[in-house]
Design a protein around this ligand. Sequence first.
Ligand SMILES: C[S@@+](CC[C@H](N)C(=O)[O-])C[C@H]1O[C@@H](n2cnc3c(N)ncnc32)[C@H](O)[C@@H]1O
Length: 263
Amino acid sequence: MTNEANKAGALVIVGTGIRTVGQLTMEALAWMQRADEIIHLVADPVAEALIAGLKPGKEFTLQGFYSEGKPRAESYNEMIEFILSRVRAGVLVCGAFYGHPGVFAYPPHESIRRARAEGYAAWMLPGISVEDCLFADLGVDPIGGCQSYEATDFLINRRILDPSSQLILWQIGVLGHWTYRRSGYDLRSLPILLHKLLEHYPPTHEIVVYEAPIFPGCAPAITRIALAQLASVPLSGASTLYLPPARAANPDYRVLPYVPTNC
Ligand SMILES: C[S@@+](CC[C@H](N)C(=O)[O-])C[C@H]1O[C@@H](n2cnc3c(N)ncnc32)[C@H](O)[C@@H]1O
Protein backbone atom coordinates (compact mmCIF):
# COMPACT_ATOMS: atom_id res chain seq x y z
CA MET A 1 0.00 0.00 0.00
CA THR A 2 1.40 3.47 -0.78
CA ASN A 3 1.59 5.81 2.19
CA GLU A 4 1.38 8.89 -0.03
CA ALA A 5 -2.20 8.07 -0.98
CA ASN A 6 -4.26 11.18 -0.33
CA LYS A 7 -7.59 10.69 -2.04
CA ALA A 8 -10.86 8.95 -1.20
CA GLY A 9 -11.15 5.75 -3.18
CA ALA A 10 -8.75 2.81 -3.00
CA LEU A 11 -8.02 -0.41 -4.80
CA VAL A 12 -7.15 -3.79 -3.35
CA ILE A 13 -6.51 -6.59 -5.82
CA VAL A 14 -6.96 -10.18 -4.62
CA GLY A 15 -6.67 -13.65 -6.14
CA THR A 16 -9.39 -16.25 -5.72
CA GLY A 17 -7.10 -19.22 -6.42
CA ILE A 18 -7.70 -21.79 -9.12
CA ARG A 19 -10.49 -23.39 -7.11
CA THR A 20 -12.13 -20.93 -4.78
CA VAL A 21 -13.17 -23.60 -2.33
CA GLY A 22 -9.96 -24.20 -0.43
CA GLN A 23 -7.72 -21.69 -2.20
CA LEU A 24 -9.31 -18.33 -1.43
CA THR A 25 -7.23 -16.94 1.42
CA MET A 26 -8.77 -15.54 4.62
CA GLU A 27 -7.05 -12.23 3.87
CA ALA A 28 -8.56 -12.01 0.39
CA LEU A 29 -12.01 -12.91 1.74
CA ALA A 30 -11.72 -10.25 4.45
CA TRP A 31 -10.98 -7.55 1.85
CA MET A 32 -13.78 -8.77 -0.40
CA GLN A 33 -16.15 -8.33 2.55
CA ARG A 34 -14.70 -4.96 3.54
CA ALA A 35 -14.77 -3.44 0.02
CA ASP A 36 -17.65 -1.29 -1.20
CA GLU A 37 -17.65 -3.04 -4.59
CA ILE A 38 -16.07 -6.14 -6.12
CA ILE A 39 -15.00 -6.05 -9.76
CA HIS A 40 -14.06 -9.52 -10.89
CA LEU A 41 -12.67 -11.81 -13.55
CA VAL A 42 -12.95 -15.30 -12.15
CA ALA A 43 -12.96 -18.69 -13.82
CA ASP A 44 -15.22 -20.84 -11.67
CA PRO A 45 -18.93 -20.59 -10.87
CA VAL A 46 -18.24 -21.04 -7.15
CA ALA A 47 -16.26 -17.78 -7.11
CA GLU A 48 -19.03 -16.02 -9.04
CA ALA A 49 -21.69 -17.25 -6.58
CA LEU A 50 -19.56 -16.32 -3.59
CA ILE A 51 -18.98 -12.79 -4.91
CA ALA A 52 -22.66 -12.33 -5.80
CA GLY A 53 -23.57 -13.37 -2.23
CA LEU A 54 -20.99 -11.07 -0.65
CA LYS A 55 -21.93 -7.88 -2.52
CA PRO A 56 -25.40 -8.20 -4.06
CA GLY A 57 -25.88 -5.41 -6.59
CA LYS A 58 -22.35 -4.17 -5.98
CA GLU A 59 -20.36 -6.64 -7.98
CA PHE A 60 -19.43 -6.36 -11.63
CA THR A 61 -17.86 -8.90 -13.94
CA LEU A 62 -15.21 -7.86 -16.44
CA GLN A 63 -16.14 -10.72 -18.80
CA GLY A 64 -18.23 -8.37 -20.94
CA PHE A 65 -15.13 -6.51 -22.08
CA TYR A 66 -14.11 -9.54 -24.14
CA SER A 67 -15.75 -9.98 -27.50
CA GLU A 68 -15.25 -12.11 -30.56
CA GLY A 69 -12.19 -11.08 -32.59
CA LYS A 70 -11.34 -8.13 -30.29
CA PRO A 71 -7.66 -7.73 -29.37
CA ARG A 72 -7.18 -8.83 -25.77
CA ALA A 73 -5.01 -5.75 -25.13
CA GLU A 74 -7.99 -3.55 -25.97
CA SER A 75 -10.22 -5.49 -23.57
CA TYR A 76 -7.58 -5.22 -20.85
CA ASN A 77 -7.35 -1.44 -21.21
CA GLU A 78 -11.12 -1.12 -20.98
CA MET A 79 -11.11 -3.30 -17.84
CA ILE A 80 -8.42 -1.10 -16.27
CA GLU A 81 -10.32 2.07 -17.12
CA PHE A 82 -13.51 0.63 -15.63
CA ILE A 83 -11.72 -0.29 -12.38
CA LEU A 84 -10.12 3.16 -12.24
CA SER A 85 -13.45 4.89 -12.86
CA ARG A 86 -14.87 3.31 -9.70
CA VAL A 87 -11.77 4.19 -7.65
CA ARG A 88 -12.02 7.79 -8.87
CA ALA A 89 -15.67 7.79 -7.72
CA GLY A 90 -14.35 7.43 -4.14
CA VAL A 91 -15.12 3.74 -3.80
CA LEU A 92 -13.05 1.10 -2.00
CA VAL A 93 -12.81 -1.35 -4.89
CA CYS A 94 -11.77 -4.97 -4.56
CA GLY A 95 -10.55 -6.37 -7.87
CA ALA A 96 -10.83 -10.16 -7.73
CA PHE A 97 -8.99 -12.24 -10.33
CA TYR A 98 -8.63 -16.00 -10.51
CA GLY A 99 -5.37 -17.64 -9.52
CA HIS A 100 -2.68 -15.25 -8.33
CA PRO A 101 -3.76 -11.80 -9.56
CA GLY A 102 -0.19 -10.82 -10.38
CA VAL A 103 0.81 -13.92 -12.37
CA PHE A 104 0.40 -13.63 -16.15
CA ALA A 105 -2.22 -10.95 -15.57
CA TYR A 106 -1.82 -7.43 -16.97
CA PRO A 107 -4.94 -5.57 -15.77
CA PRO A 108 -4.31 -6.09 -12.02
CA HIS A 109 -0.73 -4.75 -12.15
CA GLU A 110 -1.58 -1.90 -14.48
CA SER A 111 -4.68 -0.86 -12.47
CA ILE A 112 -2.51 -0.58 -9.36
CA ARG A 113 0.18 1.35 -11.20
CA ARG A 114 -2.30 3.88 -12.61
CA ALA A 115 -4.25 4.21 -9.32
CA ARG A 116 -1.04 4.98 -7.42
CA ALA A 117 0.06 7.45 -10.10
CA GLU A 118 -3.22 9.30 -9.53
CA GLY A 119 -2.69 9.39 -5.75
CA TYR A 120 -4.94 6.51 -4.62
CA ALA A 121 -3.96 3.73 -2.23
CA ALA A 122 -3.63 0.54 -4.22
CA TRP A 123 -2.10 -2.82 -3.40
CA MET A 124 -2.17 -6.53 -4.28
CA LEU A 125 -2.53 -9.67 -2.21
CA PRO A 126 -1.05 -12.95 -3.47
CA GLY A 127 -3.16 -15.91 -4.46
CA ILE A 128 -2.64 -19.53 -5.47
CA SER A 129 -1.65 -19.73 -9.12
CA VAL A 130 -1.70 -22.50 -11.72
CA GLU A 131 2.03 -22.92 -11.13
CA ASP A 132 1.44 -23.61 -7.43
CA CYS A 133 -1.15 -26.26 -8.34
CA LEU A 134 1.19 -27.73 -10.97
CA PHE A 135 4.06 -28.21 -8.51
CA ALA A 136 1.67 -30.03 -6.17
CA ASP A 137 -0.14 -32.14 -8.78
CA LEU A 138 2.92 -33.15 -10.81
CA GLY A 139 5.08 -33.63 -7.71
CA VAL A 140 7.88 -31.42 -9.00
CA ASP A 141 9.97 -28.83 -7.20
CA PRO A 142 11.45 -25.75 -8.92
CA ILE A 143 14.61 -26.15 -6.86
CA GLY A 144 16.75 -27.04 -9.89
CA GLY A 145 15.48 -23.99 -11.76
CA CYS A 146 12.24 -23.32 -13.55
CA GLN A 147 11.72 -21.10 -16.58
CA SER A 148 8.24 -19.80 -17.12
CA TYR A 149 7.08 -18.07 -20.31
CA GLU A 150 3.92 -17.08 -22.04
CA ALA A 151 3.92 -19.50 -25.01
CA THR A 152 3.58 -16.90 -27.78
CA ASP A 153 6.24 -14.72 -26.15
CA PHE A 154 8.54 -17.74 -26.04
CA LEU A 155 7.79 -18.49 -29.69
CA ILE A 156 8.41 -15.04 -31.12
CA ASN A 157 11.38 -13.99 -28.97
CA ARG A 158 14.89 -15.38 -28.65
CA ARG A 159 14.59 -16.41 -25.02
CA ILE A 160 17.61 -18.14 -23.58
CA LEU A 161 16.44 -21.64 -22.78
CA ASP A 162 18.26 -23.84 -20.30
CA PRO A 163 17.08 -27.44 -20.85
CA SER A 164 18.66 -28.46 -17.53
CA SER A 165 15.86 -26.44 -15.88
CA GLN A 166 12.16 -27.11 -15.98
CA LEU A 167 10.10 -25.16 -18.50
CA ILE A 168 6.50 -24.01 -18.10
CA LEU A 169 4.68 -22.54 -21.11
CA TRP A 170 1.47 -20.67 -20.28
CA GLN A 171 -1.37 -19.91 -22.71
CA ILE A 172 -0.32 -22.74 -25.01
CA GLY A 173 -3.98 -23.11 -26.04
CA VAL A 174 -4.07 -19.58 -27.50
CA LEU A 175 -0.64 -19.77 -29.14
CA GLY A 176 -0.13 -17.09 -31.77
CA HIS A 177 -3.34 -15.20 -31.03
CA TRP A 178 -3.73 -11.73 -29.54
CA THR A 179 -7.50 -11.64 -30.05
CA TYR A 180 -10.30 -13.27 -28.08
CA ARG A 181 -12.18 -16.21 -29.70
CA ARG A 182 -15.13 -17.70 -27.90
CA SER A 183 -15.20 -20.71 -30.22
CA GLY A 184 -11.56 -21.71 -29.69
CA TYR A 185 -8.29 -21.03 -31.44
CA ASP A 186 -6.62 -22.55 -34.48
CA LEU A 187 -3.15 -23.55 -33.40
CA ARG A 188 -1.35 -23.42 -36.72
CA SER A 189 1.74 -21.99 -34.97
CA LEU A 190 2.14 -25.12 -32.87
CA PRO A 191 4.46 -26.90 -35.36
CA ILE A 192 6.77 -23.85 -35.31
CA LEU A 193 6.89 -24.00 -31.52
CA LEU A 194 7.56 -27.72 -31.71
CA HIS A 195 10.40 -27.11 -34.15
CA LYS A 196 11.92 -24.59 -31.74
CA LEU A 197 11.64 -26.96 -28.77
CA LEU A 198 13.21 -29.80 -30.77
CA GLU A 199 16.38 -27.70 -31.02
CA HIS A 200 16.79 -28.32 -27.27
CA TYR A 201 14.93 -31.52 -26.44
CA PRO A 202 14.81 -34.98 -28.03
CA PRO A 203 11.52 -35.86 -29.78
CA THR A 204 10.94 -38.64 -27.24
CA HIS A 205 11.22 -36.28 -24.26
CA GLU A 206 8.15 -36.79 -22.07
CA ILE A 207 6.20 -33.57 -21.52
CA VAL A 208 2.91 -32.84 -19.76
CA VAL A 209 -0.23 -31.00 -20.81
CA TYR A 210 -1.63 -29.95 -17.47
CA GLU A 211 -5.02 -28.70 -16.34
CA ALA A 212 -5.70 -27.97 -12.68
CA PRO A 213 -9.17 -28.82 -11.38
CA ILE A 214 -11.40 -25.85 -10.57
CA PHE A 215 -13.58 -27.88 -8.17
CA PRO A 216 -12.38 -29.56 -4.96
CA GLY A 217 -12.26 -33.35 -5.05
CA CYS A 218 -11.70 -33.45 -8.83
CA ALA A 219 -8.51 -34.89 -10.27
CA PRO A 220 -6.15 -32.76 -12.35
CA ALA A 221 -5.94 -33.54 -16.08
CA ILE A 222 -2.37 -34.72 -16.63
CA THR A 223 -1.60 -35.86 -20.19
CA ARG A 224 1.91 -37.24 -20.67
CA ILE A 225 3.12 -37.32 -24.26
CA ALA A 226 6.35 -37.43 -26.19
CA LEU A 227 7.35 -33.92 -27.29
CA ALA A 228 7.00 -34.96 -30.95
CA GLN A 229 3.26 -35.53 -30.36
CA LEU A 230 2.66 -31.96 -29.18
CA ALA A 231 0.71 -30.87 -32.24
CA SER A 232 -1.64 -33.85 -32.00
CA VAL A 233 -3.18 -33.41 -28.51
CA PRO A 234 -6.21 -31.26 -27.70
CA LEU A 235 -5.31 -27.98 -25.99
CA SER A 236 -7.67 -25.51 -24.37
CA GLY A 237 -7.48 -22.04 -22.86
CA ALA A 238 -6.89 -23.76 -19.51
CA SER A 239 -3.94 -25.90 -20.70
CA THR A 240 -0.43 -25.32 -19.43
CA LEU A 241 2.60 -27.11 -20.86
CA TYR A 242 5.28 -28.53 -18.57
CA LEU A 243 8.67 -29.81 -19.77
CA PRO A 244 10.94 -31.51 -17.24
CA PRO A 245 14.71 -31.02 -17.57
CA ALA A 246 16.30 -32.88 -20.47
CA ARG A 247 19.77 -33.10 -18.97
CA ALA A 248 21.77 -32.43 -15.81
CA ALA A 249 23.12 -28.94 -15.12
CA ASN A 250 26.67 -28.21 -16.33
CA PRO A 251 28.99 -27.67 -13.34
CA ASP A 252 30.93 -24.39 -13.38
CA TYR A 253 34.52 -25.61 -12.94
CA ARG A 254 35.82 -22.04 -12.57
CA VAL A 255 33.91 -21.71 -9.32
CA LEU A 256 33.59 -25.27 -8.03
CA PRO A 257 37.08 -25.57 -6.43
CA TYR A 258 36.42 -22.52 -4.25
CA VAL A 259 33.04 -23.64 -2.90
CA PRO A 260 33.26 -25.55 0.41
CA THR A 261 31.86 -29.02 -0.11
CA ASN A 262 30.12 -28.96 3.27
CA CYS A 263 27.96 -25.89 2.46
C1 LIG B 1 -3.83 -15.24 -18.22
S1 LIG B 1 -3.11 -16.66 -17.46
C2 LIG B 1 -3.76 -16.50 -15.85
C3 LIG B 1 -2.95 -17.21 -14.79
C4 LIG B 1 -3.47 -16.98 -13.39
N1 LIG B 1 -3.39 -15.58 -13.05
C5 LIG B 1 -2.70 -17.77 -12.33
O1 LIG B 1 -2.35 -17.20 -11.31
O2 LIG B 1 -2.49 -18.97 -12.51
C6 LIG B 1 -4.07 -17.91 -18.23
C7 LIG B 1 -3.28 -19.18 -18.40
O3 LIG B 1 -3.19 -19.84 -17.16
C8 LIG B 1 -3.20 -21.22 -17.36
N2 LIG B 1 -4.41 -21.78 -16.73
C9 LIG B 1 -5.57 -21.17 -16.43
N3 LIG B 1 -6.40 -22.03 -15.81
C10 LIG B 1 -5.75 -23.20 -15.73
C11 LIG B 1 -6.04 -24.49 -15.20
N4 LIG B 1 -7.22 -24.73 -14.62
N5 LIG B 1 -5.12 -25.46 -15.30
C12 LIG B 1 -3.91 -25.23 -15.90
N6 LIG B 1 -3.58 -24.07 -16.42
C13 LIG B 1 -4.48 -23.06 -16.33
C14 LIG B 1 -3.23 -21.47 -18.86
O4 LIG B 1 -1.88 -21.57 -19.31
C15 LIG B 1 -3.90 -20.22 -19.32
O5 LIG B 1 -3.67 -19.96 -20.67
